[in-house]
Ligand binder design. Structure first.
Ligand SMILES: [Ca+2]
Ligand SMILES: [Ca+2]
Length: 468
């Protein structure tokens, strides 16, 4: 089980360190990461790339992956103007890390933040608040402004709010009169700046971009109810919120000239996510004016990622292109938390864990123009090596003293899975292109070898229109 947890943690953390949404259909059809090919999706890594994609309209018909998941989005870029090129996208899928702020780490023995608080004291209140659930923000707007190839900025705004409230009042004040309220909110603001430089010695072109994100989470639950015997109100106040959370991402991609005609594509990405949280719980259940529950829990989650890769795009004649890339993905995370009882100022629980993950994926893909209209593509990714280390330091407390300090380490190594992807493009006219990703149920060999959602022939369709 511990082995499984370590593998799971490694996979989750590695994917969160490298996940970037793009104009995805073409890339998903080959299973390639953003940096491995040239496409309009490159603007999501470096806003300066927008200068290469003016006068376009994008629209995506995604298949819903979960209730409430927004997978349809659209965008438009302006023609080249004296002030540069601007673009706006609405409703793109959220790909940040804010929802891992309250990650349930298996084996962690901190007092759990309630998954659901059911209002128990106000008459007729069927109100339930999921205190530990960080609402997935909805991306509203992505704005790009490419002032010149050497300077571009990007701003992103995402949020999600959810409020429930119930009040009960009887003609003569009685037990059960009161109000229960659940107020949950998530907001995230991202800012990025990027540049694209050319001809720097042996470097043919260089992309550099930096992104900073500020995630905010506040989940509040409060309840007041009249207790006739005390002629006072009972109270229940709980709050889960972000505590100095931030994200940072550095991206670089460069083409190195090796010989006169050959060039090597190289890529590096460093990411840092600090996702600390604070949970407080204050209750006066018997309405005597003195808190009978007063606890706080602090958690610090830090996720660091380092990716390095090299690849090549090889045209084979006019109709076929091969893609090959080898990457090194390293992730490191630290997770620690402490629960304190503020009534008698004691520590009640402590837990700390850290993970290290290493993966070496190898990608191959091929794109072939079958006719003027159709292009078919496919790709495979083989994880050549993976390594995961989980270190746990589990302090247990009693009467304000450490009674045990268990430490252990779990290591997993091996060769990872192989995954296949397939997709197609239809060039409807000179200005309209449709890209699609083939879904599972199409190919099946014991386990699904094409990922996606069951019962849909296509998992993603993107339309790109170039206006005159
Ligand atoms: Ca009390
Ligand atoms: Ca412990």
């Amino acid at each position: 089980m511990k082995r499984f947890i370590a593998v799971l943690l490694t996979v989750v953390l590695m994917s969160s360190a490298s996940a970037v949404f793009a104009t995805q259909s073409r890339m998903e059809g080959m299973g390639l990461s953003n940096w491995m090919a040239e496409d309009d999706y490159n603007i999501w890594d470096n806003p300066a790339r927008l200068v290469q994609y003016p006068g376009l309209v994008w629209g995506e018909l995604g298949i819903p992956t979960a209730p409430m998941s927004y997978t349809q989005w659209a965008g438009v870029s302006s023609k080249k103007m004296p002030i540069g090129t601007i673009a706006a996208f609405v409703g793109r899928p959220y790909s940040g890390s804010i929802t891992s702020m309250y990650s349930a780490v298996s084996g962690m023995d901190l007092t759990a933040v309630p998954v659901a608080i059911n209002s128990a004291n106000v008459t007729g209140a069927a109100l339930t608040c999921a205190m530990s659930t960080v609402l997935t923000p909805f991306n509203h707007l992505d704005l790009f402004w490419s002032i010149s190839p050497q300077l571009a900025v990007w701003v992103n705004m995402a949020d999600h709010y959810d409020t429930l409230s119930h009040t009960y009042t009887s003609t003569t004040r009685a037990n059960g009169d009161g109000t229960a309220k659940s107020d949950r909110g998530t907001a995230e603001y991202n800012f990025g700046v990027g540049t694209m430089l050319e001809k720097l010695g042996p470097i043919e072109s260089l992309d550099v971009a930096v992104k900073i994100g500020l995630p905010f989470v506040t989940n509040i639950y409060s309840e007041r109810w009249y207790v006739a015997a005390q002629n006072r109100e009972g109270s229940d106040d709980r709050e889960f919120k972000s505590n100095g959370a931030f994200t940072f991402d550095f991206y670089a991609r460069w083409f190195l000239r090796i010989m006169q005609t050959s060039k090597l594509m190289m890529f590096s990405n460093v990411s840092m996510n600090g996702l600390g949280s604070l949970y407080t719980d204050k209750r006066d259940a018997n309405a005597d004016g003195t808190l009978d529950v007063n606890t706080k829990q602090t958690r610090n989650l830090g996720v660091y990622g380092f990716n390095f890769g090299a690849g090549d795009v090889m045209p084979l004649g006019d109709r076929t292109t091969l893609y090959a890339a080898l990457s090194l993905k390293i992730s490191q995370s630290s997770y620690s938390g402490k629960t304190e009882n503020l009534i008698n100022t004691t520590t009640t629980e402590e837990y700390a864990a850290s993970t290290f993950g290493l993966g070496v994926p190898l990608n191959f893909a091929i794109e072939h123009k079958v006719s003027k209209v159709f292009t078919l593509r496919g790709g495979l990714e083989q994880l050549l090596w993976k390594n995961g280390v989980l270190d746990v330091n589990d302090n247990d407390w009693a009467a304000n003293a450490v009674v045990s300090n268990a430490k252990y380490q779990t290591v997993t190594t091996g060769i990872g899975n192989i995954t296949f992807n397939f997709g197609a493009t239809a060039n409807i006219s000179n200005s309209l292109v449709i890209d699609a990703v083939l879904n599972q149920d199409v190919f099946f060999s014991g386990t699904y070898i094409v990922s996606g959602r069951t019962n849909y022939p296509l998992s993603r369709i993107t339309l790109t229109y170039k206006f005159k």
